[in-house]
Design a protein around this ligand. Structure first.
Ligand code: ADP
Ligand code: MG
Length: 540
């Protein structure tokens, strides 16, 4: 095939525009992104050989950096999997990630916003922050003949052409922008600058990163090193490598199990929910390694859905390197690891509640809605999940834990009262609330859609039933309630019953109201009005 000039897809063009105008304040990260891609490509080649029997030489997998201060070029080369011409067009010319368009709009509104942009992992395009031309030459492992050459100045188009004699792997060459006055302190072609960036951002990369005869990184797997020997900064860089998140994680969790089934895990709880936390097609799951060899990304079997925001690595010693996703699903060791990880994550959060309440508050604000799904998914874990949950309450503006609620319960109160609804104000102004407020009973205010469902799945907390104040005869002066003589009201009640025959089961006098004249309640085992509405919306 001959040379073609192609246009970037619209979203890719927009993102490039942002890069050219450098909205990141820290341009150094372009090198981290290139090394990260090279490392992924090396992992993929090793895996293709292991699992698909691809014939390839994997005896010297490495990353090489070259710089030429005079020509003002910087080159990153790997001997990994490489790309076909079609793959280059598809992977480099477009942004396939979901939610990108939406994020771009937000980005334009927010302008200088590293937090937002950190959510995409802009990857390869970040090179255009420091380069005015980028050339990529690549050949896919296992293909015969020529490779592919891609080149762009980061504007609307790129060229793509055959490249004779390209070795297997990928070489990316940046033609550095002219030094500008402000940045005159260093140049990206400077030897010391390159070393500094590699050490800071990519030290843990498991393949050697060479410059000349020197290896720039220690290659130590972070999860295998004792916590005391690793700096927070190193953990944070590793977190960025695997998560594409710009912000630092909220919590770092190390685990190590020895004995019959050995594994190590390094988990991170992010400090912010990703924009796609509630999207079905979002990436989730942990990275799986076997004895330091990368096996797969996004391994959903290692962590349940309700903890899908947890990022990290599990390195298991006794699995086969050939393990497939199908086998993973049934593997009992994997199931055991998963149970342990869940336990550890939940207990870490519980500790956080006392050790660092502010951190916990951030955690719950960002991820509580997802965590509550666990009350439906894992009946065995009701207790530890409820223990780390908190809820809005009529007792002040801060959320409360159930334990704190129980401690405040009034003399003689046996149940935990709650009311579900669409918003705090709607719940607070509900007629159901009147008598409870008047008598000084605390009521939990549950306004997330998932709240409607889990409350039915959870029988109790600490021996106290959870009780909706919208259902049945939860009346504060119980004994009198049912027996209250209709007296003078009998004709009125009779009249209402007749008029509303189609709509209601019963009309009765109640103590639950103080200022409203009437309210609707359901029977204890009926669905709540809000749930009824939800079912209707789902077409059931
Ligand atoms: P991400 O790494 O988050 O997928 P990037 O923009 O960094 O996004 O890269 C886009 C895609 O291009 C990668 O997913 C990969 O498929 C391909 N790619 C980039 N660099 C290389 C490389 N050195 N070798 C092979 N493929 C690469
Ligand atoms: Mg990348």
């Amino acid at each position: 095939m001959t040379m073609e000039t192609l246009e970037f897809q619209a979203e890719a063009r927009q993102l490039l525009q942002l890069m050219v105008h450098s909205i990141y304040s820290n341009k150094d990260i372009f090198l981290r992104e290139l090394i990260s891609n090279a490392s992924d490509a090396l992992d993929k080649l090793r895996l293709a050989k292991l699992q698909d029997g691809l014939e390839a030489d994997t005896s010297d997998l490495h990353i090489e950096i070259e710089s030429d201060a005079e020509a003002r070029t910087l080159t990153v080369r790997d001997n990994g999997i490489g790309m076909t011409r079609e793959e280059v067009v598809e992977l480099i010319g477009t942004i396939a990630k979901s939610g990108t368009a939406e994020l771009l709009t937000k980005l334009k509104e927010a302008k200088e916003s590293p937090e937002l942009i950190g959510q995409f992992g802009v990857g390869f395009y970040s090179t255009f922050m420091v380069a005015d031309k980028v050339t990529l030459v690549t050949r896919k492992a296992g293909t015969e003949g020529h490779g592919t050459r891609w080149e762009s100045e980061g504007a609307g188009t790129y060229t793509i052409d055959d490249a004779q004699d390209a070795p297997v792997g990928t070489t990316v060459t940046l033609h550095l922008r002219p030094k500008d006055e402000d940045d005159a302190l260093f140049d990206y072609a400077d030897e010391w600058k390159i070393k500094e960036i590699v050490k800071r951002y990519s030290d843990f990369i498991s393949f050697p990163i060479r410059k000349g005869d020197e290896v720039l990184n220690s290659q130590k797997a972070l999860w295998a090193r004792p916590r005391s020997e690793v700096t927070d900064e190193e953990y944070h860089q590793f977190y960025r490598h695997i998560s594409h998140d710009w912000t630092d994680p909220l919590e770092i969790i190390n685990m190590k199990a020895e004995g019959t089934f050995e594994y190590e895990a390094l988990l991170f709880i992010p400090s912010r929910a990703p924009h796609d936390l509630f999207q079905r097609d979002a990436r989730r799951g942990l990275q799986l390694y076997v004895k330091r060899v990368f096996i797969m990304d996004d391994s959903k079997e290692l962590i349940p859905d309700y903890l899908r925001f947890v990022k990290g690595v599990v390195d298991a010693a006794d699995l086969s390197l050939n393990i497939s996703r199908e086998i993973l699903q049934q593997d009992r060791h994997i199931q055991m690891i998963r149970r342990r990880l869940v336990k550890k994550v939940l207990s870490t959060i519980k500790d956080m509640m006392t050790a660092n309440p502010e951190k916990y508050a951030t955690f719950w604000r960002e991820f509580g809605r997802a965590v509550k799904e666990g009350l439906l998914a894992e009946p065995d874990n009701h207790k530890p999940i409820l223990e780390i949950a908190s809820f809005a309450t009529t007792n002040g503006s801060e959320p409360t834990t159930l334990a704190a609620y129980v401690e405040r319960m009034k003399e003689g109160q046996e149940e935990i009262y709650y009311l579900t609804g669409e918003s705090r104000s709607q719940v607070e102004n509900s007629p159901h609330m009147e008598a409870f407020a008047a008598e000084g009973y605390e009521v939990l205010i549950l306004t997330d859609p998932v709240d409607e469902i889990w409350v039915d799945a959870v029988p109790e907390f600490d021996g106290k039933k959870l009780r909706s104040i919208a259902r049945g005869a939860v009346d504060l002066k119980k004994d009198e309630e049912e027996k209250k003589p209709e007296g003078d009201f009998a004709p009125l009640l009779g009249f209402l019953k007749e008029k509303l025959d189609e709509q209601v089961k019963e009309v009765r006098l109640s103590h639950r109201l103080t200022t409203s004249a009437a309210c609707l309640v359901s029977d204890a085992d009926d669905v709540t009005p809000a749930l009824e509405k939800m079912y209707r919306a789902m077409g059931q």
